[in-house]
Design a protein around this ligand. Structure first.
Ligand code: ADP
Ligand code: MG
Ligand code: ZN
Length: 492
């Protein structure tokens, strides 16, 4: 049977407000000493009362606007009741039927990542946004022990620093059709939120977390199949791989004539598999009800309109501007605006160097290659825009060859030294003096009479050999363009 894949994502984003959601504790708690950023409110002591963080409401509405959502005029908080050791109270303050934002969409470019002209099947996937709501984060458990089994630790430690940090949940419609689309959507969402500046969006630090729901249904069927939900994916690659694993597993179960059990599963990145955490039967009944300690909020049309005016340029607009102003192709502009840091890096370069194409080529070539190999982000690069532009100018001025530039780049990347310093230290000077090159060419011609004869008798390969000899004698420092020119002149 032919199946259609159906995927919906739930993405949690920790906001980077100064203080927590319902108390005055600092919300900047990552990496801090456990249980040092707490108070009676975020520890859920009896009698303590929550006070909502206005900035967090504003940030949530901003995210909604950037995702083309409606912002509700009337919204409220609800209690989601469940007990788990990372939860100070036996409920989480969240939103149920009246979220701050609802009914939006994100367009995900699926052609942008394929080399230009190579794949005509490029398309845009429009992913509906069901809702964007605001809640409080839980504490953090660390399981200690030898046992490999989930939940099989000897004991667990709890840190309540994170409890009460403002957390936004973005829920998509089941509009996603492939693991690649899921990955591209999550990246785009991160990119948009980075541009808004309302979250660090760091998957490794847990400020962006993704759950993926997936099911299969016979092609053409209207009804959705039974889904499984995968948690604990802390990279974009993990989202893609966990979904690919689940799709295959669903396919095998269905082909075997059996049913999918609705359940929550855990992605084990080391073993490359998902494992069952709990099935629907064990699922919680959250008994949502309106939070009695907080009043509903009214967001006026004027407040929303003013907020809309504060939205910065978002990735789609930035891409369009890069294409228009810098005459970059859609492919190049898509990559250059695929993260905020990447776009910022490019714009910093273009301030002091006008050839956008050359900047792009060096960023996508040498810079990306070194960053990937070292597993670093562009914002961690020792090669800053200043380094990159200085290198481009050295090449333009003929001071170093393209080949030397590669060596200089490697050295810059490893040491952070500016290219001019490296060139100086290594005595890397390209010989661009025609007379000097002519002398060497004459020597080479005299020494390699055989190759000269071969060339004269029509063997083109001999020319390359002679160029190679000149480069060898000059330790690759002769300007290759001049070597070619002079050799052509000397050889009839
Ligand atoms: P739950 O109550 O289990 O959290 P929701 O209806 O709230 O389920 O949906 C959560 C996410 O799962 C949403 O992103 C939604 O699009 C997606 N989803 C719902 N049903 C399915 C399905 N049958 N297959 C794939 N995704 C689904
Ligand atoms: Mg869910
Ligand atoms: Zn507190």
């Amino acid at each position: 049977m032919d199946y259609e894949v159906v995927i919906g994502l739930e993405i949690h984003v920790e906001l980077n407000t100064e203080s927590k959601m319902f108390c005055g504790c600092s919300a900047r708690v990552f990496g801090e000493e456990p249980n040092t950023f707490t108070c009676p409110v975020c520890l859920g002591f009896p009698g303590s009362l929550p006070v909502p963080n206005e900035k967090a409401v504003e940030y949530t509405a901003k995210i909604g606007l950037a995702l083309n959502c409606n912002v509700a005029g009337y919204t409220k908080f609800d209690r989601k009741n469940y007990f788990y050791p990372d939860m100070p109270k036996d409920y989480q303050i969240s939103q149920y039927d009246l979220p701050i934002c609802y009914g939006g969409y994100v367009n995900v470019e699926m052609e942008g990542l394929a080399p230009e002209g190579s794949d005509p099947r490029g398309y845009v996937r429009r992913v509906g946004i069901t809702r964007v709501h605001l809640e409080e984060d839980t504490g953090k458990l660390t399981h200690i022990g030898e046992s490999g089994r989930i939940g099989g630790a000897d004991y667990s430690l709890v840190d309540f620093n994170r409890a009460g940090v403002p957390l936004v949940e973005v829920v998509t419609e089941p509009d996603i059709r492939t693991p690649d689309e899921a990955k591209a959507f999550a990246q785009k969402l991160k990119n948009i939120i980075e541009h808004l500046g309302v979250s660090d969006c760091d998957m490794e630090e847990g400020s962006l977390r993704c759950d993926a729901n997936v099911s299969l249904r016979p092609k053409g069927a209207k009804e959705l199949g039974t889904k499984s939900e995968v948690k604990n994916m802390n990279s974009f690659r993990a989202i893609q791989r966990a979904l690919a694993y689940e799709i295959e597993r669903h396919g095998e179960v269905l082909e075997g004539g059996e049913r999918i059990v609705q359940e929550t599963r855990h992605w084990d990145a080391a073993k490359n598999v998902t494992m069952s955490l709990r099935s629907k039967e064990e699922a919680h009944d959250y008994r949502y009800f309106p939070e009695p300690d907080l009043v509903p909020m009214e967001l006026s049309k004027d407040w929303i309109a003013d907020l809309r005016k504060t939205l910065p340029e978002l990735p789609d607009a930035r891409k369009k501007r890069f294409m228009e102003i810098y005459k970059l192709s859609a492919y190049d502009a898509e990559l250059l605006t695929s993260s905020k840091a990447m776009g910022d890096y490019f714009e910093e370069c273009i301030k002091s160097y006008s050839d956008a194409k050359k900047i792009n080529n060096l960023m996508m070539g040498e810079l990306s290659m070194h960053l990937n190999a070292a597993n670093l982000k562009i914002e961690e690069s020792a090669v800053t825009p200043k380094h990159l532009v200085q290198l481009l100018k050295l090449i333009d001025d003929g001071q170093i060859s393209g080949k030397m530039a590669k060596d200089v780049f490697k050295e810059m990347f490893e040491t952070g030294k500016l290219p001019k310093i490296i060139v100086e230290e290594k005595g890397l000077v390209q010989i661009s003096n025609e007379e000097e090159i002519e002398k060497i060419v004459d020597m080479v011609l005299e020494e390699n009479q055989k190759a000269v004869e071969e060339y004269k008798s029509g063997k083109g390969r001999a020319f390359g050999f002679l160029v190679g000899q000149v480069m060898r004698l000059t330790k690759d420092s002769a300007n290759p363009r001049l070597v070619n020119k002079i050799l052509r002149k000397k050889l009839p």
